[in-house]
Structures are given as C-alpha cells and as structure tokens.
Ligand binder design. Structure first.
Ligand code: 13P
Length: 252
C-alpha cells in the first residue's frame, strides 16, 4: 500500500439528526487526529451541516453521497456541487451501486456528475463494481472497465488528483460476504492498469483505489494489506464508532 490510506464511511440513508452528530463527535474524539490515514464520513444530505460542526477541529473530512450534474434550476430534489461546497463538503461519492441499481443511474449520468464535480473542485469517490450474475458469467473485468472508461470520459489528467475509485462488488454490499483479498486485488490491479492507459503511469500510481463491500474490523487488515487496496469505503460498519475506528486503525 504505497499510497496514503483513505477510509471513508458511507452512512447511506441511516442515522437521525441526533445520532449523526453523536457518531461524528465520537469519531472526532477517537480518530480525529490520526494523520497517517485520510478519513471522511458521508452522512445524508440533510445532516451535512450538523455533522460538519461536530467534526470541527478534527482531521475527518465531510463528504456527500451524491450530487447532480447541473448548477441550478428546475431539478426538484437534486443538490448541486456549489451547495455541497457551501456546507463544507470536500468529497462526494459518485456512481454508488445503489444509485446505479436502485435509482437507475447510467454510466453516462455518472460521467456528467464526475465532470461537474471536477470542475467544481470537489474530490470524489467514484464507485464501480459488478453484479453477482456478472461475476458468475466471467464478466467482472468487462463490466468494471466499461464503468471506469465511460465514467472518466473527458476527465483531464491534471484533474485526476481529485479522484478516488471505490471498487464495490455489488454482491458484497450489505451482505456480510466480502470479496476475498485476492478477488479485490485482482480487480484493483486491473483498474490501476486502466488508469495508466487512460492517463499516465504516475496518475495510476497516485490514485487511491478503495475496496467496499462488507468491510468489518475482522477483515479490514487483510484486505488493506493488498498492494493495490489503498483504503475502504465502509457502509454498515461505519455506523458504529468502535468499528469504524478499528477499520481506520487497521489502515495504519
Ligand atoms: P457495506 O459495508 O454495508 O457492505 O456497504 C458498502 C458500501 O456500499 C459502501 O459504499
């Protein structure tokens, strides 16, 4: 793991205003001063300002779970990059599998969001990953490389420093069944190769690739030990302060 590890918590549609602030404040106290690992939490939109306040004085960054690809206007329910910056977000998750498979986002929509977030100066966690049927049919590499290629269309190498990729096999998300370290490493190495072809070897070498999908304190160290696994995007376990802390410390 030659790159600085990056552990992010995706709280998804969980927490209340009160529990979100409590969780953020607990993390700020327990791991808020770690500097050998980058940390971020991504609460629901409505709690971003309160969580930002609870993180004050810590090194834990704030991220959103999604963003829209237009600046403003008649887009009921959507949130813009400027709004996210306004409430103190550094990161935004783009292309999460639940956005793709539950909300119907396409590779093209995700690409527009990535372009918009790059232009706005937000750092992003761009998620890719195959379905179980796709893995069983031997299509993992095809699916992930299509997602990476279309997602990054039109992105300049000079903006690639804003990019983190999260490999999240859909069958591993929220199932308790994580990819084995070998399965994760194989796909991460392929993604890094794609980045070298799409940008440069230096960009590929610098870009962090997180693994996501049932990351827990019990499996984090082994996953993070893989050469091309540079961090984790954590769902369920990020809602428990002690578990998220243990995963963050496993990256040290
Ligand atoms: P789980 O850690 O709950 O499997 O979720 C992973 C995920 O989707 C993070 O974005």
């Amino acid at each position: 793991m030659p790159r600085k590890p990056f552990i992010a918590g995706n709280w998804k549609m969980n927490t209340t205003g009160r529990s979100a602030v409590e969780l953020a404040a607990t993390l700020a106290r327990s791991i808020g001063s770690l500097d050998a690992v980058d940390l971020a939490v991504c609460p629901p939109f409505v709690y971003l300002p309160a969580v930002k306040a609870a993180l004050a004085g810590s090194r834990i960054a704030l991220g959103a779970q999604d963003v829209f690809h237009e600046d403003d206007g008649a887009f009921t329910g959507e949130v813009s990059t400027e709004m996210l910056k306004d409430v103190g977000c550094r990161y935004v998750i783009i292309g999460h599998s639940e956005r793709r498979h539950v909300l119907g986002e396409t590779d093209e929509m995700i690409n527009r969001k990535i372009i918009k977030a790059m232009a706005a100066g937000l750092d992003m966690i761009f998620c890719v990953g195959e379905l179980l049927e796709e893995r069983k049919s031997g299509l993992t590499m095809d699916v992930v490389s299509r997602q990476v290629k279309i997602g990054l269309e039109g992105v300049a190498a000079s903006d690639a420093g804003r990019l983190t990729i999260a490999y999240e096999p859909v069958w591993a998300i929220g199932t308790g069944v994580n990819a084995t370290p070998e399965q994760a490493q194989e796909v991460h190495a392929m993604i890094r190769q794609l980045l070298a072809g799409r940008f440069t070897a230096t960009v590929a070498d610098r870009t962090r690739i997180q693994y996501g999908g049932s990351v827990k304190p019990s499996n984090a160290a082994e996953l993070l030990r893989q050469e091309d696994v540079d961090g984790a995007l954590v769902g369920g376990a990020s809602l428990k302060a002690a578990d998220f802390e243990a995963i963050a410390r496993a990256a040290l």
